[in-house]
Ligand binder design. Structure first.
Ligand code: 13P
Ligand code: SF4
Length: 300
């Protein structure tokens, strides 16, 4: 069976659109209608006209698409594709943090569950965090969950203190500054791009900390012909495809998100064939979470 052709046929039959995150395996990006970062995917989800959204990414991303499109069917190829960082704080823990900090505004990284978003005033992605966070006035106290690294990055950029939750991405937390320095020594002159989910020492060893969409824009616009990329390796496919004349180097150790890799051609095909796994968000939570997501989209 030509699985890519079958996916195309089923997609038309089901009136479906396939959205994929930049970290998905190359063959999944190849059959997707749109590939992007969390912000681009959330924006795209607001423009969908298809009956069904097949979301190749992790659960919080598919939930965001469902919250923005409550009347459409949203399916995810592997129901176990979660984001460990998103699961590092739950709604009860956030309510307790808010109670301990009365009057503070609550901001969540989009890498959070729908029930956590429902407790927040606004959310951010790595692509718009600086812009969104700069809308707060200097006297406002701000809780930022769950990523201590993105929170720390924005805190340094804007010279503001935040009440940070100690969450992190296991994939990016494992990246070592020594590895970045070794890659720089091996490719002198090549700018180093890292994701803001990386620890401080890695961000300090880089030229820029960018969202995956930000890295694609940088690669497109920069005069540099070679770059060092320190984020999940799935992005290399898109970077190379969009910039065939440029060279992209990774670190010596592979950087992989096991959950993103659950989006395979087979799981995508089976999802379309069996119309599974449907993503549902309880109405009450969805309505509240939509306010935080829409507030973010209005700013950025
Ligand atoms: P981006 O929004 O930069 O694509 O990041 C999503 C993510 O999960 C990074 O680990
Ligand atoms: Fe979550 Fe990290 Fe995977 Fe992104 S790379 S989905 S933050 S575990």
């Amino acid at each position: 069976m030509d699985i890519a052709a079958e996916i195309e046929r089923l997609k038309l039959e089901r009136k479906a659109v396939i959205l994929a995150h930049n970290y998905c395996p190359a063959e999944v990006q190849e059959v997707a209608d749109f590939t992007g970062d969390s912000l681009e995917l959330a924006r795209r989800a607001t423009q969908v006209e298809a009956d069904v959204i097949v979301f190749c990414g992790v659960l919080f991303m598919a939930e965001t698409a469902k919250i923005l499109n409550p009347s459409r069917k949203v399916i995810i190829p592997d129901v176990t594709a979660g984001c460990p960082m998103a699961d590092m704080i739950n709604a009860q823990q956030l309510r307790e943090l808010k109670a301990a900090n009365p009057g503070a505004k609550a901001v969540c990284y989009v890498n959070s569950t729908a029930e956590v978003k429902a407790e927040c005033d606004i959310c951010v992605t790595s692509g718009n965090a600086e812009k969104v966070m700069s809308t707060f006035s200097p006297d406002e106290r701000i809780i930022f969950v769950p990523d201590r690294n993105l929170g720390g990055h924005i805190s340094a950029r804007l010279a503001r203190e935040y009440i940070l939750w100690p969450g992190f991405c296991p994939t990016h937390e494992a990246i070592k500054a020594e590895s970045v320095k070794a890659a720089r020594a091996a490719h002198p002159g090549a700018p180093v791009l890292v994701h803001p989910e990386c620890p401080l020492a890695v961000r300090e060893a880089a030229d820029a900390a960018l969202s995956t969409g930000g890295m694609c824009a940088y690669a497109r616009e920069s005069a540099a012909q070679e770059m060092i990329i320190a984020t999940e390796n799935g992005i290399l496919y898109r970077l190379q495809k969009e910039n065939p004349g440029k060279k992209f180097h990774t670190l010596a150790e592979p950087i992989l998100c096991p959950d993103m890799k659950k989006n395979t051609l087979t799981s995508l095909y089976e999802a379309l064939r069996d119309m599974r796994y449907e993503v549902e968000v309880p109405e009450e939570i969805s309505k509240k979470a939509a306010r935080a997501i829409e507030a973010m989209l209005a700013v950025s």
